[in-house]
Design a protein around this ligand. Structure first.
Ligand code: SF4
Ligand code: SF4
Length: 180
């Protein structure tokens, strides 16, 4: 997750996000970027990993409880500024609120349907790593193939409705730029 834009959320936006939390619980992102200052200020609340100029903490966020941020007033700037694709579309009046809630419902249902394909206790990020290993192996079982297809369909849904196109897991190449 990276910061995109500021401005306080409206009540409608808060309603939508309270029923979702996909940008906090590891559904959409692997990690959240924080500044060096935030790393120091919030270091006792997260297991931070320092990078060259900033730091990250991994999702699922330990402070996302019952689809609510437990450190809302002191959450990192990246969290305060983030808006997913659907929230941006709602804010820009490109979609009605009913469509925004429908998208969140569709995502939650798809995530529920993915559960039987996961190993007990497996996070989505761990499942994505497992998908990579299965895809790279020469042979795979029918159940492994079903898992890869199910998780990939879910990630395509996230790309369509929630991830910024620049951060999409499966990016479209502009026509004429396909690899030979
Ligand atoms: S993914 Fe979008 S709708 Fe869901 S909580 Fe995050 S900003 Fe809100
Ligand atoms: S700090 Fe709060 S807003 Fe940020 S990822 Fe964690 S739960 Fe979400």
């Amino acid at each position: 997750m990276t910061a995109t834009e500021a401005e306080a959320p409206s009540l409608l936006e808060q309603d939508l996000c309270t029923g979702c939390a996909a940008c906090c619980d590891g559904t959409i992102f692997t990690y959240v970027e924080v500044s060096r200052d935030e790393e120091q200020a919030l270091g006792d609340r997260f297991a931070m990993q320092s990078r060259e100029t900033d730091a990250i903490f991994f999702q699922p966020c330990p402070h996302s409880v019952c689809q609510s941020c437990q450190i809302y007033t002191i959450r990192p700037e990246t969290c305060r500024k983030f808006r997913c694709k659907t929230l941006k579309a709602l804010r820009a009046d490109e979609i009605e609120s009913a469509e925004a809630f429908r998208r969140v419902d569709e995502m939650l249902r798809a995530r529920e349907q993915l559960q039987p394909f996961l190993i007990a206790g497996e996070t989505l990020n761990a499942a994505r790593e497992r998908r990579g290993q299965i895809a790279a192996s020469a042979e795979r079982t029918a159940s492994e193939t079903a898992f890869v297809l199910k998780l990939t369909a879910f990630d395509l849904l996230l790309d369509r409705y929630f991830r910024d196109p620049r951060k999409a897991m499966f990016r479209h190449k502009p026509s004429g730029q396909e690899a030979a």
